[in-house]
Design a protein around this ligand. Structure first.
Ligand code: IMP
Ligand code: MG
Length: 179
């Protein structure tokens, strides 16, 4: 696998990601000023975004992870399954879910329902990428980095069959690789 050769087009460059992450960090810091925030990262795609974002947040944060899986080895959405739960009791906490991308919306809708039942003080969603054209389930995303067209993308945490997560930008994967 040659990662760079498998990319048809760079959709969001490293520089644009960096600027947007800083902007989101400032907004989140302003919105939660005076509160203690719990960041919940969705494994595994969100970890690159989350690790950059949390360093641009200037208020105190705590960190936890939750594992859900909605994709197998391919690019088609399957069933949403909880594979790893939080360690933190979120009752009464201000929770911000951090996700790499919102596609059909099924993953976040399902997760939001599960976490709301645990009575957090507030529950919001931050996603680096959003593909609005693909939405099947309505879901409110409070902080969005970039709206992107309906193309399969990899890099900056996002994978195809487990690979490409370490690319420093978001790129469109060549269709010949999965069609
Ligand atoms: P949803 O439940 O359809 O919104 O799926 C969201 C999940 O699908 C994300 O957390 C990603 O893991 C995965 N996903 C959706 N679109 C892409 C893509 O273009 N590249 C890589 N993963 C994707
Ligand atoms: Mg994901």
């Amino acid at each position: 696998m040659n990662m760079q050769e498998d990319i048809a087009e760079v959709l969001v460059s490293e520089d644009r990601i960096k600027a947007k992450v800083a902007e989101l960090g400032r907004r989140i810091s302003d919105d939660y000023r005076g509160e203690e925030l719990l960041l919940v990262g969705l494994l595994r795609g969100a970890i690159v975004f989350l690790s950059d974002l949390m360093r641009k947040i200037s208020i105190p944060v705590h960190l936890d992870f939750i594992g859900v899986t909605s994709y197998g080895a391919g690019t088609r959405s399957g069933a949403v399954r909880l594979v790893m739960d939080l360690e933190t009791d979120i009752a009464g906490r201000h929770v911000l879910i951090v996700e790499d991308i919102v596609d059909t919306g099924k993953t976040l809708a399902c997760l939001k329902e599960k976490l709301t039942a645990r009575r957090p003080a507030s529950l919001r969603i931050c996603a680096l990428l959003d593909k609005p054209q693909r939405r099947e389930v309505p879901i409110e995303v409070d902080y969005v980095g970039f709206k992107i067209p309906d193309k399969f993308v990899v890099g900056y945490g996002l994978d195809f069959a487990g690979g490409y997560r370490n690319l420093p930008f978001v790129g469109v994967l060549k269709e010949s690789l999965y069609k």
